[in-house]
Design a protein around this ligand. Structure first.
Ligand code: HAM
Length: 426
């Protein structure tokens, strides 16, 4: 089919995951989640859409995510304008926790993990999509530096288990409700004296910390003398941060202090961190997270200090490519059956069914095609063995078992095929 006859394409900023890459994508999702399962995190799924106010209140009214990037859904009922595709999952997971009272009925912290698509109406480029996949973790209802350290270590373990090495951990503390307001005011006073455009000045009034994150040289050049949050941290925040740092160091996890790390969501307090990969260009953050001690109260819940992260699956796959790492993905089909003639077709159909029921992955040549097409299909399938049979073989009560790597072919009795293949595939 020529490309011009293709009427529809995947929407801008999205892409299809096809069988050729699916093995890697699924293995990455699994690898990012495995350390969480070993650390007592329980799996949760929440809807892909929520009340839009959950995100504006939770993620923050002044963030790019809420003001520019939310996919709001028009429905047929009066609920229109009230729903949005989730741009992230932390607010949703906390909403679900509060709704089900998990914080009252179970252990604290409530430890949860999730895996799912998120939606942001961003300008698409390599590594930045409008639908992307995160594996995330949230530990809800405990203030303990060991929990912050645990999460950072688990993410580090996850990336390392995939063989990734060229990433760095950036670490910062954003202070708490005691010390941040004092800093905020000092920063605002500084920013008001700069030569900034109107929008940036407005941002300085709503969320001055975000101005520090502005990538434009015209802004960055003026920030040299800006007051830094580290110099304003209260004693509690300083001590807390020091403990997180010590625990990471004791676990052998290297990190870089980055006093300018702000993150694009408003709910963070104290510990914030980002995993950046050096082979990815502009979209270098493969994961990020931090503590959000005030979020529960912001969405109408009780005080529940919490910490979490989300790791980007799409960017982790790109990071593997950048480091030239190919994961060892098992073939989807171990055995491919090639019948010669009608009678053989029926017998091999039965054999393939039996193999599958015995736990061996097997496929069969469909469509009534001949032997030549059959061997081509067997090669393409990635199978290690082909099972070939014609009338003469069946009359002798055997099939031919061909090792597709060595080319060796041996007859095997029909009733011994399952055990023979199971042995050879071990
Ligand atoms: P985030 O930094 O917005 O944090 O996203 C986490 C990761 O998701 C990023 O580091 C990146 O790898 C990936 N990501 C974000 N946007 C895109 C995009 N447009 N295309 C591809 N990948 C993307 C959060 O979402 C917070 N909820 C993390 C968190 C959990 N904080 C506390 N708990």
């Amino acid at each position: 089919m020529s490309s011009t006859s293709q009427a529809f394409q995947a929407p801008r900023g999205t892409y299809d995951i096809l069988p050729t890459t699916a093995g890697t994508v699924l293995a990455v999702r699994e690898a990012l989640a495995a350390p969480l399962r070993r650390a007592g995190y329980g799996y949760v799924e929440t809807p892909v859409f929520e009340d839009v106010n959950l995100f504006s209140r939770g993620v923050g009214e002044s963030t790019d995510i809420v003001t520019k990037e939310m996919f709001t859904i028009a429905t047929r009922s009066e609920e229109s304008q009230r729903l949005a595709l989730r741009p992230e999952a932390t607010a949703s997971v906390l909403r679900a926790t509060l709704e089900a009272n998990l914080h009252r009925t179970g252990n604290l912290p409530v430890k949860l993990w999730y895996s799912g698509a998120q939606y942001r109406y961003e300008r698409p480029q390599k590594g930045r999509y409008r639908q992307f996949w995160q594996v995330g973790a949230e530990a809800i209802g405990a203030e303990d530096p060991a929990l912050d350290a645990e999460l950072i270590i688990l993410a580090d373990d996850a990336y390392r288990s995939l063989g990734l090495r060229n990433f760095r951990i950036l670490l910062n503390s954003l202070g708490d409700k005691q010390c941040r307001p004092v800093y905020r005011e000092a920063l605002q006073n500084y920013l008001r004296g700069l030569d900034l455009d109107e929008e940036t000045l407005r941002r300085a009034e709503i969320n001055p910390l975000r101005v520090l994150d502005d990538k434009r040289a015209s802004v960055q050049d003026q920030l040299g003398g800006a007051p830094m949050l580290v110099d304003f941290l209260c004693e509690d925040c300083k001590a807390y941060h020091e403990q997180v740092r010590e625990l990471l160091t004791a676990a052998g996890v290297a990190f870089e202090d980055d006093p300018k790390l702000v993150r694009g969501l408003d709910y963070y307090t104290r510990t914030t961190f980002e995993f950046v990969h050096d082979g990815l260009g502009a979209q270098s953050a493969v994961g990020g997270g931090g503590r959000y001690d005030g979020l529960s109260e912001m969405i109408g819940g009780p005080e529940l200090p919490s910490v979490g992260w989300a790791l980007g699956v799409d960017r982790t796959v790109l990071a593997l490519e950048a480091e030239g790492i190919t994961l060892d993905i098992p073939a989807t089909t171990d055995v491919y059956a090639v019948p010669m003639g009608e009678q053989a077709r029926r017998v091999l159909f039965g054999l393939v069914t039996g193999l599958r029921r015995a736990g061996v992955s097997a496929d069969l040549l469909f469509g009534g095609r001949g032997v030549k097409a059959g061997f081509k299909a067997a090669d393409r399938s990635g199978a290690r063995f082909a099972v070939v049979a014609g009338e003469r073989d069946l009359a002798d009560g055997v099939v031919q078992l061909k090792d597709l790597t060595s080319g060796d072919q041996t007859p095997v009795a029909l009733d011994a095929l399952v055990t023979t293949l199971k042995e050879k595939l071990q």
